[in-house]
Design a protein around this ligand. Structure first.
Ligand code: ADP
Ligand code: ZN
Length: 307
């Protein structure tokens, strides 16, 4: 039988599902259904695995959930053939390194567990219920503490050896930007130049306090536009969704449109940029709703294996 990793076809009926959006500062846990409804939601601080996971498990024990979906910070191991499948791999949060989060949830609940990156979950959420609803492809990018992207292509989450790491691509430097970059691995990759901490480090203030500084947001758009250019040329997504704290600065969108237009230079025909590159339709719920869909897919995979 063809091994399909992910599908966007809904299950027939309504199921009670659990979802975890596992982040570096907090875990959002929710109970809801496969139609995108959330009935209960809590936040748990990300400390050490024992402490955080105990609270996570306590929360879900109150419900009769049929499957769990986890959208996690990464990098993570999502290769189902791998010995270390279901673990968080090389996070700077050392207590979580190699932590087998899928196994922990399976052992506690004995239900199917879906596992993918937080941004892949968000891409799935947006493709199913959000700004890319009805489309079979989209790209979801977060510009926050880090930069990451997830892609739905031909109705499935993009996966190769592992999940893509689109936040770490290399860019052409702005000639007037001497900032060395903040990525511990690559210095001046996209994340190193344009994530929230890089903005703060370069300009000496948090982004939220730089609203009036036009040059900050122009440079931000300059880098993000270059990244979008690469993603568009390689993946040709039907919609691009930009979330994360930094994208609350609406002026970045204007800068992205301006720079992207110059870069693309008419070579490929794109929809009107203001409707092509947009904020998440699900707001800050894209990741958690997408995680419910990861749960649905885990349940679907189990049903298929048994039939
Ligand atoms: P995380 O990526 O940790 O999930 P966020 O998406 O909120 O969380 O990203 C946090 C980063 O975004 C921080 O570097 C913060 O300074 C920046 N940020 C948050 N809100 C804003 C805002 N309104 N304007 C500019 N930058 C912001
Ligand atoms: Zn990097």
């Amino acid at each position: 039988m063809e091994k399909r990793l992910l599908k966007t076809e809904p299950l027939e009926g309504k199921f009670m599902l659990g979802a975890i959006e596992a982040g570096g500062t907090k875990f959002v846990c929710a109970v809801g259904d496969n139609l995108g409804n959330i009935t209960e939601k809590i936040q748990i601080p990300t400390t050490v695995p024992n402490e955080t996971m105990q609270q996570v498990i306590e929360f879900f024990k109150r419900f009769e959930i049929e499957a769990i979906g986890i959208g996690s910070f990464g990098p993570i191991d999502i290769d189902q053939e791998s010995k270390t499948y279901g673990t968080i791999t090389s996070t700077p949060k050392t207590a979580w390194r190699n932590y087998p989060i899928v196994e922990a949830m399976r052992n506690a609940f004995h239900v199917p567990v879906g596992f993918n990156t937080d941004v892949n979950a968000a891409a799935l959420g947006e493709a199913t219920f959000g700004a890319a609803k009805g489309l079979d492809s989209c790209l979801y990018i977060t510009v926050g503490t880090g930069i990451g992207a997830g892609a739905v292509i031909q109705g499935k989450l993009l996966q190769g050896l592992s999940h893509p790491e689109m936040g770490h691509i290399l860019l052409r430097r702005h000639p007037d930007d001497p900032y060395q970059g903040k990525c511990p691995y690559h210095h001046d990759c996209l994340e190193g130049l344009a994530a929230g901490p890089a903005i703060e480090d370069r300009w000496g203030e948090k982004g939220i306090n730089l609203v009036e500084r036009q040059e900050v947001w122009d440079l931000e758009g300059y880098y993000i536009a270059q990244a979008l250019m690469q993603y568009i040329l390689i993946l040709s997504p039907k919609k691009i969704i930009l979330g994360g704290g930094v994208m609350n600065q609406k002026q970045v969108f204007a800068s992205i449109y301006k720079h992207l237009e110059g870069l693309i230079s008419g070579y490929v025909t794109l929809p009107e940029l203001s409707s092509y590159i947009v904020n998440p339709g699900l707001g800050d719920r894209a990741g958690i709703i997408g995680s419910l869909l990861l749960a649905e897919q885990a349940l679907q995979d189990k049903t298929q294996r048994e039939s």
